[in-house]
Write a protein that binds this ligand. Structure first.
Ligand code: NAD
Ligand code: 89Y
Length: 367
């Protein structure tokens, strides 16, 4: 099974005005919208990647905008996207603002004919996601959701091994993300969300399940909350039936006490009809082969110079996603996590909440 399975292999033709937009040989000019906690990772990744430059920033919060602009040396700063798009010639916007801002920001960028990368969880509802994807199509701009977890080096290696048939046909998978890391310190808004772990984190593990095992025909989900100080669920356990036949278990928790907390790693197990794969927290990947032999690969990533523990697993995947985006932008190819692909991940999130609420298994919507 190939790792990269975009729903659309080609974006619609993109009208380009070379007076205002870079062509293939020039540096791509981007604007970063939303200058908060996570945007710093996206900014550092853009700064280390060749052929691209962030030329403008946008944030509604004047203090954050000033601090971010000063830290990263970006002179052009705007407090609303319309003014930015009117005054600056950019090829793309990289939206690191939270979900409630997506509809306004994506619609504005599409109207101005610039390509869009937008953070997860995209759009806020399946109906809004569908509408925004269609608006982007209508305006001939590409839309990529910043779904970075499947870009982790170790996850890509698992995908590669499955894709090349190393363990035969997968019939069982497990993606397990369990931690007690205090995510609320950096992201206090997470404590206020009625929908917490599936929407914030499970969305990544569900996306990895799709990237590894394909689309999902049916799922069931149980959730619970241990932490009394937050609004939403902080652990969830899902069982998925994939179209290609694999059954997977996706479990996530921010209520798990562990001496060696693996935050923010996902541990992966895959059983195929000709072998099995185990990805451990120390980045040792074991391929178990018929006859009782096993091969161990060290899949420790090369960390970006600017990355810092424990976030380096995520930071490395941000460079992976954004680097791939540049190459595909130049080739006019859709990114693996283009809008329609991400719609199918979002649909799993919706189906999970529906299943947890009803106690029934649910057939997720599909793009
Ligand atoms: P944050 O609150 O720290 O920052 C968001 C920023 O967006 C704020 O500065 C806010 O003023 C600005 N903003 C809001 N609406 C705006 C608008 N209309 N125009 C311009 N600026 C606007 O949030 P964060 O923790 O950085 O999270 C941002 C997004 O990144 C969330 O969707 C979150 O889920 C996501 N995130 C993704 C990952 C990942 O690994 N992919 C990790 C953490 C967070
Ligand atoms: O917001 C989340 C994400 O996308 O990755 C980890 C995180 O920062 C906390 O759960």
């Amino acid at each position: 099974m190939p790792y990269i399975r975009p729903t659309d292999h080609r974006q619609p033709d993109i009208a380009m005005d070379d007076a205002h937009h870079s062509n293939a040989s020039t540096v791509l000019r981007g604007a970063l919208v939303g200058c908060g906690f996570f945007a710093a990772n996206q900014m550092r990744a853009w700064q280390e990647l060749p052929g691209v430059a962030i030329v403008a920033l946008c944030d509604r919060d004047a203090g954050r905008l000033a601090a971010f602009g000063d830290t990263f040396g970006i002179e052009h700063r705007f407090d609303d996207i319309e003014t930015l798009l009117t005054q600056m010639a950019v090829d793309f916007v990289d939206i690191a603002a939270p979900t409630p801002a997506h509809e306004t920001l994506v619609t504005a960028a599409a109207h101005y004919g610039v390509d869009i990368i937008c953070q997860k969880p995209f759009a806020g509802s399946l109906a809004t996601a569908r509408r925004l994807i269609n608006i982007c199509r209508k305006h001939g701009v590409s839309l990529t959701v910043h779904e970075n977890f499947r870009w982790q080096h170790a996850v890509r290696r698992v995908a590669e091994l499955i894709g090349e048939g190393r363990i035969g046909r997968p019939f069982f998978g497990r993606i397990s993300y369990r931690s007690g890391f205090d995510v609320f310190a950096n992201q206090p808004y997470l404590a206020t969300l009625e929908r917490f772990i599936i929407q914030d984190l499970g969305i990544h593990t569900l996306d990895m399940a799709r990237a590894l095992f394909g689309d999902v025909v049916r799922l069931s989900c149980e959730t619970g909350r241990v932490n009394p100080d937050i609004a939403g669920e902080d652990h969830a356990t899902l069982m998925l039936r994939h179209e290609a036949g694999c059954v997977s278990v996706v479990d996530c928790s921010y209520a798990t006490t562990l001496a060696d907390d693996p935050f923010p790693q996902s541990l992966i197990e895959v059983d195929g009809d000709r072998g099995s794969i185990r990805l451990a927290a120390d980045f040792q990947l074991t391929i178990h082969e018929p006859g009782g032999s096993a091969t161990i690969e060290d899949v420790t990533p090369t960390w970006p110079a600017w990355s810092e523990a424990p976030w380096n697993v995520i930071q490395e995947s941000v460079v992976g996603l954004q680097g791939d985006w540049i190459e595909r932008r130049r080739a006019r190819e859709a990114a693996p996590t283009a809008g329609p692909d991400n719609f199918n991940t979002l649909a799993l999130v919706e189906a999970a909440y529906q299943s947890a609420a009803t106690g029934q298994s649910v057939e997720p919507e599909r793009w």
